[in-house]
Design a protein around this ligand. Sequence first.
Ligand code: NAP
Ligand code: ZN
Ligand code: ZN
Length: 350
Amino acid sequence: MKTNAYAAQNATTSLSPFSFQRRDVGQHDVQIEILYCGVCHSDLHTVRGEWGGTTYPCVPGHEIVGRVVKVGAHVEKFKEGDTAGVGCMVDSCRTCANCKEDLEQFCEKGTIFTYNSPEKQTGGTTFGGYSDSIVVDEAFVLHIPQNLDLAATAPLLCAGITTYSPLRHNNVSKGQKVGVVGLGGLGHMAVKLAKGFGAHVVVFTTSSNKVEDALRLGADEVVNSKNADEMKKHLNSFHFILDTVSAQHDINAYLLLLKRDGNLTQVGVPAEPLPLQVGSLIFGRRSLSGSLIGGIKETQEMLDFCGEHNITSDIELIPIQNINEAYDRLLKSDVKYRFVIDMASLKQAL
Ligand code: NAP
Ligand code: ZN
Ligand code: ZN
């Protein structure tokens, strides 16, 4: 099936119109007309080859929401006309220990990510949501709560689950002091979710113009992370810190803010290694972890939680023609707080 999209042809040129063939709808597949797709910083890292391993052409996009237009004969959970979402994964082996524990993102045989992974049926590469249509096995398709604004729900499919999962895994709850480092797409969702779990939330930002917004989004306190005196006031005080920063920065400065046995979980994936002073872990028996998105079951749980608590992303809706400018703004930390592509604009692009 012919699909229109925007793709990067290599690491250095702008994204531009591109078309390709999606596989036909199989018996367990759902075909979704994509209405909105969020713009994750991972799209930019991948398109520009910053992590290595990018196959071109690359059609990014893994915060997909739209309308079901066709279902295979054996599809049970979806019907034509439903709203549906697709996040960062489209398949996994489903039989390994991690898949069986609903942790498909850690599939031992290799998770099939929404873009830049092997597309087994076509023998090519998976292409993501900067496109007008996608075909996905229903096991990897999510139900979208009806009460939420659809465009503002798209970022939940990556930014939402990537922050929800480590907050839950670390039992963030009422009365705890929780830090969020970096107020971008992931960071602003972390603030909303951690508040939803009842925590006392402190945002660390390098952007002085985000202070008001951080408070409006629900933060109890905001710290200018470039100011050593402001940082010092929070030494040894946090139960948990979630670090969402996309670029090189000093994680030791944050480890020192953890209480004894506190944990800092890294979800941002800077292209370069982060230097670690082990003393900041050893004193206080602190720990440093990582976390990768979340499983499908937990993603549905997160969507339902957001439906119940009316949590969506603060978005700037853009036509796909502005995607390259949006990437440039991401690099300047100038996003409030997630770009979402209005896929209707793709028709004008062609
Ligand atoms: P984003 O919207 O661009 O936000 C990143 C934020 O980090 C910026 O807004 C900025 O916040 C801060 N920042 C940027 N450069 C900085 C620097 N040099 N020093 C200190 N702070 C800086 O990005 P995102 O979409 O939230 O993604 C964040 C990171 O998470 C990316 O690396 C992405 O690839 C990764 N990611 C990981 C997963 C996972 O499963 N682990 C999933 C999705 C994304 P302030 O202006 O407040 O300082
Ligand atoms: Zn993402
Ligand atoms: Zn598996």
